[in-house]
Design a protein around this ligand. Sequence first.
Ligand code: C2G
Length: 138
Amino acid sequence: MKRIITFGTYDLLHVGHIRLLKRAAALGDHLTVGISSDELNISKKGRGPVYTTAERLEIISALDCVDEVFVEHSLEAKGDYIKEHQADVLVMGDDWAGKFDMFNTLCDVVYLPRTEGISTTYLISSISDVGKKVAKAG
Ligand code: C2G
């Protein structure tokens, strides 16, 4: 059995996330997803996610292509997570290209192309624009 592991925040789930997860799952037989904790997110991006860790875990674990989820508390612990989950392949989007090459002593490291034109940051700003228009009209 080939085990795949990937990591992310997966806040405001969108097609970029879904495509990445489906392509990751297609590389093996079992997909484990490490979901960044709210605290890790704040340290990585300078802001907390819209959805809490518990909500993001519930959403991602409901997807057919995902077999297992856990909370990623630290970027530095990636090697431990790979060993703990006995991953054969680490998959990341290519916004992380080269950043995790050091783990190729533990497993294969694969970077998949990101989906252009969509991101959580873009969604937050377009939802906020709609909110302003609604407030103005109402
Ligand atoms: N993604 C994508 N296309 C997009 C947006 C995201 O393919 N348009 C991919 C990212 O490359 C990543 C996954 O979807 O592999 C999750 O994206 P994020 O939630 O933005 O993940 P990030 O906050 O970068 O967390 O340990 C590493 C981090 O936890 C990765």
